[in-house]
Every structure is written in C-alpha cells, then in structure tokens.
Ligand binder design. Structure first.
Ligand code: ADP
Length: 346
C-alpha cells in the first residue's frame, strides 16, 4: 500500500463501481427485464463518469484543500505542491513528522536558552552581591559617624574603592565575553616570541607567587618560540592560567610551563601541583561563572569568568584549550597556537 495517490484510489473505486453496475444490469436484463447492451454501456459509463466527477470534487474540497492548509502552516506560508495525482497523505505525514521534530528541537533550544539566561542572571547577581553589600556597609558606617573618625574613614573608603574595582572587573570581563561571542573584537595578528611573553607575565605575577612560595619553572632554552596570534590576548590567557595555577595551589609547590611543537602548532602547558579538579567539574569548567564548589570560598577575588575568557580567546584564534586534572595532585591546562617564523610577515 505504498505510494498510493488519491486519484488512483478514485479511479480504482470507479472501476469497481463500473464492474458492479455492469454485473447488476446484466443480471437484471437476464432475469427481470431485457436491457439492450448499448443501454447498459451508456448507463454504466455515464454513472461511473458522474461518480468520478463527484468523487474528484469531494477529494479536492475535503482532502486537497485541507492538506494544502496543513502544508501552509508547516512550511511557513510557502506554496507546496499539493496535488491529487501525488501521494499527498504520505508526503504530508512525512512533512508533519519533520516539522514536529524541528519544533521539538526548537523548543529544547529555547528551554536551554531560558535556563542559561536564568542561571546567568542568578550568577551575575550572586557575584555582584558581595561587593555591592560591602560598599553599602562601608558607606553607611561612614555616614553614621565613621567619617569623623580618622582611624577608620580612610580604611573604609579604600575598602569601598576595592569592592567597586571588583565590580568594574566583573563588568569588564563580561563585556569582553559578549564582544568575543558576537565577534565584535577583531584579533590583532602578530608574530611574537611566546617564551619572552611568558617570562614577562611570570615577572608580573612574581609578587603573588612569592607570597605563597610557589616556584614557577619555565623552559631553560633561550631560543625564541615564535607564534602567530594576538599578543595582548594571549598575554591575558597566560595571566589567567598562571594566576589560577598559583591561586589553586598550596604553598611551597611548583608551577611548570612547557612548550611542545605539534604539527603546525605550539602547545603551551601550564601544570600545577594544586588542589586539582574533580572529573565531574571538568566539562563545565569553561562556562562563565562556573566555579568548583570548594574554590568558591578559597578564592574570594575570582569571578569565575577567567577560563571562559581564555576559551573564547583561544577559539577566536581557531585553536583549542584543554585541561587534565586529578583531585589532590594538580591540574594541567594546555592551549595551542599557530607556529610562525621570525621572518613571517602578516
Ligand atoms: P576564578 O575567577 O574563580 O578563578 P576561572 O574561570 O579562572 O575563575 O576558573 C573557574 C574555576 O575553575 C575556579 O573557580 C576553580 O574552581 C577552577 N580552577 C581553575 N584553574 C584551576 C587550577 N589550576 N586548579 C584547580 N582549580 C582550578
């Protein structure tokens, strides 16, 4: 019963009617009252023709038109080829199933987006709550008399300024993520020495690492490692990853930075001997605001946006960033960049 067209059904029923009428008339002519054969032919042919025309009219009005309306809905107003000489029932079933699948996917996507928005707003409120309440607290204390007390007024103003800076950092990070996501930021491609940049960032973070007696080890080889990328953005990635390695490590440990050639790329690996990350947290680690539960309290300064920015920057370069980690042993973050030669001009 595959590929049966409405017009075929109509023809087939007309044929059955025709045969049935001929048999009835022949029987009538034989046993009741004689009818000449030519009359039988005229009666049957005209009746079947009438039946066919009426049938076609009903099929057109009740099936073709209605199916056409269904198609108009499921194909967003485009004019489908709905004709009785096509297998429109199967075609409609197929199209409706396709339409249903697409709507289900759309609904799922909308639900995911709604969840994402809800989660995002919740996280943003959560991250801004602490600095806003601190600023509010300091201002109220100052207004209630602290302003006249030389011992606290400056200190409280400095703390309020620090909290404001934190809010600005969060907003700037978010702004950067939005711009990277909407491709508003264009990369400033350059050929530069990745090793030199890494050493500059280590020097910049020296105070932070010394506070925890963390030794940062980097390739001894003096030879430059040339890559083609946006130097400022890669500097930001390195700063984030090395800061995290320091933040999430215990005192007197080591952070190791290594560079590996891999085909046409250079892979930079930053490994630490820190607290590590549980396997269940790894798939969500690069999501904005995502923080592993125990590090929420540990690193008050973090906003959970750093790794999300790193991923966006690396992906804007068409490269990848990955992480390997074991709880209690440490983590290793790696990202790739396009290899270049000093002479490479952009
Ligand atoms: P944060 O500002 O919280 O550091 P990130 O986006 O940089 O935000 O990091 C997200 C989370 O990933 C951190 O809160 C921490 O839980 C985890 N994390 C990142 N780097 C490391 C690391 N080197 N070792 C252990 N956990 C890490």
């Amino acid at each position: 019963m595959k590929q049966i067209k409405p017009i075929q059904v109509l023809l087939f029923t007309s044929l059955i009617c025709f045969v049935w009428l001929v048999i009835l008339l022949l029987l009538y002519s034989r046993f009741v009252n004689y009818i000449p054969f030519s009359h039988i032919a005229v009666i049957t042919i005209s009746s079947v023709l009438f039946f066919f025309i009426i049938g076609r009219f009903f099929l057109k009005t009740f099936i073709e038109e209605r199916i056409r309306s269904i198609h108009r809905i499921i194909s967003y107003g485009s004019k489908p080829e709905v004709k009785l000489n096509k297998d429109i029932i199967s075609l409609t079933m197929k199209d409706t199933l396709k339409w249903e699948k697409a709507r289900k996917e759309e609904l799922l996507e909308l639900r995911k987006e709604a969840n994402f928005r809800r989660e995002f707003l919740g996280n943003l409120a959560h991250e801004l709550k602490t600095p806003i309440f601190s600023v509010q607290g300091y201002i109220l204390t100052l207004l209630e008399g602290g302003l006249e007390d030389d011992k606290v007024n400056r200190k409280f103003l400095e703390r309020a300024a620090f909290s404001t800076e934190r809010m600005v950092d969060i907003i700037e990070d978010l702004d950067q993520i939005m711009k990277l996501e909407s491709h508003e930021i264009t990369l400033n491609w350059q050929v530069f020495d990745l090793l030199k940049l890494t050493r500059e960032i280590i020097t910049f973070l020296e105070e932070k690492s010394k506070e925890k007696s963390i030794h940062i080890k980097v390739e001894k080889n003096e030879a430059a490692i040339f890559v083609k990328a946006d130097q400022a953005k890669i500097g930001q990635v390195l700063t984030n990853l090395i800061s995290n390695a320091i933040n999430y490590s215990n005192e007197n440990t080591e952070v190791d930075i290594q560079f590996y050639p891999l085909g046409e790329s250079i892979v930079t690996e930053i490994s630490d001997q820190g607290i590590g990350i549980a396997e269940r947290d790894i798939p969500r680690l690069f999501e904005r605001f995502y923080r592993v539960e125990q590090s929420r309290n540990r690193n008050e300064g973090g906003s959970g946006l750093g790794l999300s920015i790193c991923k966006h920057i690396i992906e804007a370069h068409d490269e990848t960033i990955t992480v390997k980690s074991e709880v209690g042993k440490g983590s290793a973050f790696s990202f790739s960049l396009r290899k270049a030669h000093k002479t490479n001009e952009l």
